[in-house]
Unconditional design. Structure first.
Length: 370
């Protein structure tokens, strides 16, 4: 009995122990639950720090990045539209050109012309002072005060003058009068036998712009000349000078006052001649004429001639182009020549035109290799 009671006591004690054991976990499980519920609260701080890590992957940021990438194309497309707009105004300079070129056609002083230019010396050498004398014809009723100068151009660069004399204010009386340049022109050696030039006479209009004097035929007057090595210029006067003491007399009133060669005289190039005739008879005169070319050392007989041409010469003066051309073949050195202008008399004999002073007209020139 006592054993049974002791056993029951032991069983009861075991049950109490079991209950105690089972209640202990229940009590100890509460704090874990509390800490478990606090754990999320504790991990909420990492969650807060996790937000920035997610921010880069958030959709708003890529949207801004995409917006940023779309802006440059818009900016890069704008500049290409600017150059075409800038190119368009290039049409403005072209429209300005006619405005610039509209100034030169300004008329020369009414009735004032340049009909001739003399080169002094007539065959200049390198490093030699060259002066110019222009023949002015004033057909107005009184004096004309004009500021003018000579402008020198290279034959192969006619767009811009190479040099000019000093401008001179002159009172031009009525009639015909020669006026010399103020100052001179000089050109140094270039290694070539000759250099080719032409000169124009310009005056200053009311806008202080240069306008070219014209001949009485309305064309701008130009006078060609060349500057050569001194060794190529004859020092002796052609033998023909003696024969000019008794020059043949042409029909009254028609003279040759000037002579132009186009282009610049070179071997292998076809040359055309333009003598200037002066008819002061008051009537139209008819002549059959041609140009005769002489070697500088043989004035007794012409070396070559152009074709005969019959022309009617009205009053006053002007250039007339020869019929046919003349060419000196390639392969030789520089050679000196001079030209005269002949006409046929009633006996079919060749006579030579003279200048107004009664001497035979002659034009010296040199033909060199190109």
């Amino acid at each position: 009995m006592t054993k049974r009671i002791s056993l029951m006591i032991l069983i009861l004690m075991g049950c109490v122990a079991i209950v105690a054991c089972t209640s202990q976990p229940a009590l100890t499980t509460v704090p874990p639950l509390a800490t478990a519920t606090q754990a999320p609260a504790a991990t909420s701080k990492p969650a807060d720090t996790a937000v920035p890590t997610k921010a880069p992957t958030a959709s708003p940021v890529p949207t801004q990045a995409a917006t940023a990438t779309t802006i440059p194309p818009t900016q890069t497309t704008v500049p290409p539209t600017v150059p075409p707009t800038a190119v368009a105004p290039t049409a403005i300079p072209s429209t300005a050109v006619p405005t610039a070129t509209s100034v030169p056609p300004t008329a020369a002083p009414a009735g004032l012309y340049v009909t001739n230019v003399k080169i002094v010396p007539d065959r200049p050498a390198f490093n030699q002072d060259v002066s110019f004398v222009a023949t002015f014809v004033n057909t107005a009723s009184g004096d004309q005060n004009v500021k003018w100068a000579f402008y020198i151009f290279k034959a192969d660069a006619a767009a811009t003058s190479n040099n000019e004399t000093t401008a001179l204010l002159t009172a031009f009386p009525t009639g015909t009068r020669d006026f010399a340049s103020l100052g001179s022109f000089r050109y140094g050696t270039t290694g070539r036998p000759c250099e080719y030039f032409f000169t124009r006479v310009g005056f200053f209009n009311s806008e202080n712009k240069v306008v070219w004097f014209a001949n009485s035929d309305g064309k701008t007057y130009e006078k060609g000349f060349q500057v050569c090595d001194a060794s190529l210029i004859p020092t002796a006067v052609p033998a023909s000078a003696a024969s000019t003491a008794v020059p043949p007399t042409p029909k009254p009133g028609l003279f040759v006052t000037d002579f132009r060669i186009q282009p610049a005289a070179q071997r292998g190039v076809d040359l055309t001649f333009f003598p200037t005739f002066l008819n002061n008879s008051g009537n139209t005169l008819s002549f059959t004429w041609r140009v005769l070319i002489y070697k500088a050392d043989n004035s007794a007989r012409s070396y070559s001639e152009t074709t005969w041409l019959q022309s009617n010469f009205a009053s006053n003066s002007g250039e007339v182009q020869s019929l046919g051309k003349w060419n000196l073949a390639l392969g030789g050195p520089c050679e000196n020549y001079f030209a005269r202008v002949g006409w046929l008399d009633v006996n079919n004999q060749t006579q030579l035109f003279v200048k107004p002073d009664g001497t035979v007209f002659e034009k010296s020139f040199t033909v060199c290799p190109p």
